[in-house]
Design a protein around this ligand. Structure first.
Ligand code: GDP
Length: 427
């Protein structure tokens, strides 16, 4: 049997309350040893905890006894809501650590047990990781959707439809064995089923990726030296992140600054000014990097000549409008100094970002999930083109395997190790 684990699951002490969670077969023994009795299941009760080794009082705490398997980890669990002082938490943890069969939990170990015991699937676990890391409203909403299991349920629906299709294919195969004439009607129904499922899967894949939501929409500011790029970046992020100077070539490398605007995460990049001739080798490298950043931009703000847009979709900006004459300039007139046009720029950024980010109710898929869904779609496409029923049945089997990988049923240990290493202890 697995060890019983414990960890402080609330924030670092000192805090108002320190919640210590215990999970595993010895949870009941540990609770009774500390509180002198096992509380009624699923009911909060107060108890004086004392150290089982010498009977010395530890703290008065709120106790929860949660017998498995209907718990977060799927195991027997206990919770101790102690006073959140450093010494209190340390003393209770010390007492727990001395009990036979108990040890401190590793990062994410509670969640890992939830996954192992089928209380959560891998997608919900990843959603949980995102939820804990969420800093913007949009990130929070997308992560909640994932961790609440909406996507997992959608996948479960796919799995059931695949099972149906496989069963039909197998039946048609048996039938053709006997009579040598496959039932055309069944084959047509299988074909329609595959097409409908593939359409549903493709729709999920069309949603924008989670990476964009997490890392921010990439906004790159580019143009010649002294166009006002650094000043504009500082105004956008609300602090002095980039060096402003009127010496050309000051920003010699890219400066990336994450910032939230209207609840949306952006990653703003200031680039080295572009001019015909670089002053030295370092500036030349800076200009190369600037061009690479411009290529990779989701939104490119161009502070240079509006007749020489570096990309068709670049947004022309008429910067420093408080001191420059921009007659005839088709771009957005703004001044980072006076504030003119800054609201309009923020609106424009949010509008363009909305098209790149998941909409309310869309799933934000991670690279791993996109890979899984793409593989699934590939096998479905392959199955849909098969003339041979035997090959079709094999493609459907592969499609089911892709789903198992997606839900973590066929996950590899090192992938899980990597995922859980990013979790906090106590989660
Ligand atoms: P960059 O080389 O494109 O990053 O340009 P900077 O942001 O370093 O700006 C070059 C110079 O123009 C600095 O002296 C800034 O103070 C000045 N500047 C930038 N933006 C504005 C603006 O909106 N209004 C005014 N009056 N000066 C600005």
């Amino acid at each position: 049997m697995a060890d019983t684990i414990f960890a402080l699951s609330s924030g670092a002490p000192p805090a108002g309350i320190g919640v210590i969670r215990i999970s595993g077969g010895d949870a009941a023994t540990a609770l009774s040893a500390l509180a002198g009795r096992l509380p009624e299941p699923r009911r909060a009760s107060l108890a004086l905890l004392s150290d089982p080794s010498d009977g010395a009082p530890l703290d008065r705490a709120l106790l929860l006894w949660l017998p498995g398997p209907g718990t977060a980890t799927g195991e027997d669990m206990g919770e101790l809501h102690c006073h959140g002082g450093r010494a209190v938490v340390a003393a209770v943890e010390r007492a727990l650590g001395r009990m036979a069969g108990l040890r401190r939990a590793e990062p994410g170990e509670f969640t890992r047990r939830a996954l192992a015991n089928g209380r959560m699937d891998l997608n919900a676990v990843e959603g949980l990781a995102d939820l804990l890391a969420a800093e913007t409203e949009q990130q929070r909403r997308a992560a909640l959707l994932m961790t609440e299991g909406h996507f997992s349920r959608r996948i479960e629906g796919w799995r059931l439809r695949l099972l149906d299709l496989s069963a039909m294919a197998e039946a048609a195969l048996d039938f053709s064995d006997e009579d040598d004439v496959p039932d055309a009607a069944i084959e047509a129904r299988i074909g329609e089923g595959i097409a409908a499922l593939a359409q549903d899967v493709a729709q999920v894949l069309a949603a924008p990726s989670a990476e964009r939501l997490r890392d921010g929409v990439r906004v790159v500011l580019a143009g010649p030296p002294n166009a006002g790029k650094s000043t504009l970046l500082n105004a956008l992020v609300g602090r002095d992140a980039a060096i402003v100077s009127d010496v050309a070539g000051t920003t010699r490398d890219r400066i990336e600054v994450p910032a939230a605007l209207g609840g949306v995460a952006f990653l703003f990049t200031d680039t080295a000014g572009l001019r015909a001739e670089a002053g030295d080798a370092v500036e030349a490298i800076g200009m190369d990097r600037a061009r690479a950043a411009m290529d990779a931009a989701d939104i490119l703000l161009w502070l240079g000549d509006p007749d020489a847009l570096p990309r068709e979709d670049a947004v022309p900006i008429a910067a420093q409008s408080d001191r420059m004459d921009h007659r005839g300039h088709p771009g957005l007139k703004l001044s980072a100094l006076s504030g003119e046009g800054m609201d309009a720029l923020a609106r424009l950024l949010l509008e363009k970002a909305a098209a790149l980010l998941p909409r309310e109710g869309d799933y934000a898929l991670h690279a791993r999930q996109r890979q899984g869904v793409t593989a699934l779609l590939r096998y479905l496409g392959q199955a849909g083109r098969q003339a041979d029923l035997l090959m079709l049945a094999e493609d459907l089997r592969q499609a089911r395997r892709a789903i198992d990988t997606l839900t973590g049923q066929a996950g590899t240990e090192d992938m899980l190790d990597r995922l859980f290493a990013g979790f906090c202890i106590g989660k």
